[in-house]
Design a protein around this ligand. Structure first.
Ligand code: KG4
Ligand code: ZN
Length: 349
């Protein structure tokens, strides 16, 4: 039981993996970043076409690397929500077709549930309940993981996601797309104390600030104003110092909220997921703070932080082992709340 062929095509990576329970047998990613870089961001129509061109070859490669054949596959899964509709359709149609042809159960997977499950790949002993700090290009949330399929969002950003803030600030500093890795690299050479920047607190009418919700729009504006001021004062922008100061502010803001949320909800493990989980500033800050509070913090290996199909396969295999499968009539959805994940499944045994 539990060996799943999984496909991920929700954005700009075409990814295929074979996962047996929490073990990755193969994981292949064809990134489209080089194509989209020239446009400064993902062009949905171009993404769909590239997924279509890459998918069959990647599936063949995944079988070859795993050294498995179809007899050993128990289910076929693909990300079905949230994401770019045209891009999702490519992966979902491929998965449904293969499930029909090979007479295997089919599962649609929520992309964010995949990011939560990335932590299980490096820590197979992990079990709910725990807190997930989910920081991707489109989402920044603190999620109480109660069980497979049972999630409660305890906090989130009121505007831009953390990854989006990295990408926008990188654009402002003319660092190209995607911005997160570029800022991370530059920040390593800069001094984070150079420019004090806000940490995105949401004020409460009663005074103080919301403990788990955050906002990155004030921080973004502060960086814009800082850049405009510095451009008037000097010829060359201290880009590394700005990157380091910005990264520190995001890392502090996320760390403060994740620690407070874990402690007040009695959760002693924080599992981090999503592209921004690859950020070295966040990894350092959160690890240090968690140590001070006797909390366990888990970061997936870098290759499973950003989009990949192994995390989708891991989530699917967990559902499959509980008898959850999806109807072949399941469609793609550009948005779907994590609390509605169980809408994707029917109990088949
Ligand atoms: O999870 P992901 O691959 O895709 C989504 O589901 O959105 O996350 C992509 C985001 C992008 O905004 C990218 O700039 C950011 O993750 N990212 C990083 C780093 N690597 C990727 N942000 C900060 N530091 C990094 N090292
Ligand atoms: Zn993602």
């Amino acid at each position: 039981m539990g060996t799943v062929l999984a496909i991920e095509t929700s954005c700009d990576e075409t990814a295929v993996a074979i996962v047996k329970n929490r073990q990755v047998r193969s994981s292949i990613i064809a990134s489209q970043i080089a194509t989209h870089r020239q446009y400064g961001g993902v062009v949905p129509e171009v993404a769909s076409r590239q997924h279509l061109e890459a998918i069959n070859q990647l599936i063949a490669q995944a079988f070859q690397e795993a050294n498995l054949n179809w007899q050993e596959i128990d289910g076929v899964a693909a990300t079905c929500a949230p994401g770019l509709v045209g891009a999702l359709l490519v992966g979902l149609s491929a998965a449904k077709t293969l499930a029909i042809v090979h007479q295997k159960p089919f599962l649609g997977v929520h992309h964010l549930e995949g990011h939560i499950y990335a932590s299980y790949l490096s820590e197979p002993s992990l079990n709910p309940p725990f807190l997930c700090l989910l920081v991707s290009g489109g989402h920044t949330s603190l999620i109480h993981v109660k069980d497979c399929g049972n999630y409660e969002t305890l906090g989130q950003t009121r505007d831009d996601a953390a990854g989006e803030a990295f990408d926008k600030v990188a654009r402002l500093l003319q660092l190209g797309y995607p911005g997160g890795p570029a800022i991370d690299r530059l920040a390593a050479q800069g001094n984070p104390q150079t420019f004090p920047l806000p940490e995105g607190n949401i004020s409460l009418p009663s005074g103080g600030y919301h403990p788990y919700d955050s906002s990155f729009s004030g921080l973004k504006t502060a960086v814009l104003r800082l850049v405009q001021k510095l451009q008037q004062e000097q010829d060359e922008l201290p880009v590394s110092d700005i990157a380091a100061s910005f990264q520190q502010s995001v890392a502090r803001s996320l760390t403060k909220r994740a620690i407070a949320c874990a402690i007040s909800n009695g959760l002693n493990t924080i599992a981090v997921g999503g592209g921004v989980a690859a950020n070295s500033g966040l990894r350092k800050h959160l690890q240090m703070a968690a140590g001070e509070h006797n909390l366990r913090v888990l970061f997936p290996p870098l290759k499973f932080c950003t989009d990949n199909a192994a995390m989708i396969g891991c989530a699917a295999s967990e559902h499959l082992n509980r008898g959850h499968t999806s109807p072949l009539s399941l469609g793609v959805q550009s948005r779907l709340s994590l609390s509605d994940v169980m809408q994707l499944y029917q109990k088949s045994c």
